[in-house]
Design a protein around this ligand. Sequence first.
Ligand code: SF4
Ligand code: SF4
Ligand code: SF4
Length: 430
Amino acid sequence: MHSISWHSVDHSLDECIKCNICTSYCPVSAVTDRFPGPKYVGPQAQRFRSPHQPHSPDDSVDYCSGCRVCNEVCPTGVKIAEINARARAQIVAERGLPLRNRLLGRNELLGKLGSLAPAAANLALHNPLSRLLAEKTLGIARHAPLPTWSTRGTFGDWLRRTAHRRLRSEKKVVYFHGCATMYYEPFIGQAAVAVLEHQGYEVIVPPQNCCGLPLLSNGEFPAAERYHQGNVARLAGFARAGLPIVGTSTSCTLTLKEEAPELLDREDEGTAALRQATWDIFEWLRALHEQGELRTDFQPIPSSGASLVLPYHAPCQLRAHRVGKPALEILALIPGLDLRESHARCCGIAGTYGYKTEKYQIAMDVGQELFDFVQAQGEAVPYSACDSETCRWQLEHGTGLPSRHPIEVLAAAYGLYDLEQRRLVREAQS
Ligand code: SF4
Ligand code: SF4
Ligand code: SF4
């Protein structure tokens, strides 16, 4: 049995002053009685967990979505979300994992398999009969916003096809694309490469693994550890050479920076090098702007009104970076863009949480505050914007409105990208 290490969170238990602030902010306990809240499930229950105890004192920890809102608000820095993640992993180590959670944790494998025949995979996954079957047999909610495989090829296909066009430069940046960009939304990676090259940087895209977050959040720590070690082996050399590693998925970059090292207790030099070199792409672009090196040759983005109204949601995983809201700061430089910031706590989906039948309605109830915000911005709103892929899919599901990554918006403002068609302009013309 894989035993879960508690040493990095144990000392933080004593910091809990029982103020209940975490419970009053927890978006999940606000909408369901099945989850008593962070204080009870986290620091309080932790005192009754012991390696020699046959059963966990509290199974409701499985209803924690891992959004980390509790960590954000705790005045004494108790690592509540990490306590809960470890407690879940302990339960998995003791009792095993349902097939559904095993499948949902394997984003990279599912992405690869579906990409062999994406049209057929989409047909097989996205029809009412198979969704009903998946709900009845596996427990994957039939209305959950599952992704759609790209039928225009993977991001890797595009990189190979356009290799001759890549900018060569003394200035180099490494791009971590993550599974969603590779298999479902290659246009996000295309927009990122276009924006980075527009700044005069050569973009290096080395082979890489899934960051391991879906495995970590489903309590499969040993498998996540293998992915993490793969990423350290493939990427730490770039970090040691002083190259920044930027990612468009805030969940992936948070996992490389913090989640994997913390939950897997990795303190080796390679892990440290990788975490220090990793940036959310807008965090890095903001640093470029602060050095006076970000190009600002923006043009207004085509819209039906005088300005493009864009409701923006900073996902929980971005807020957990503790870097402010860099996408908002950069997008604010674009003329004619009317940014409307959401202050909703969470969209509800929390990676694969909202895909599960017993949690689907909780995820929708959590997200309602955000859906209402987006819909309240008026009928002229063509898109919402969010940095995280699963949150964008949830936003589209909850509002009926398309959602875009801020890097797509920025690429459009440089005239490089068609925001409606989700294509690079030069490719749409060729
Ligand atoms: S907010 Fe922090 S200190 Fe307050 S009850 Fe929650 S864990 Fe304890
Ligand atoms: S991580 Fe989110 S769902 Fe879990 S206890 Fe904290 S606030 Fe609640
Ligand atoms: S967080 Fe990123 S790398 Fe990890 S599974 Fe999701 S998309 Fe893949």
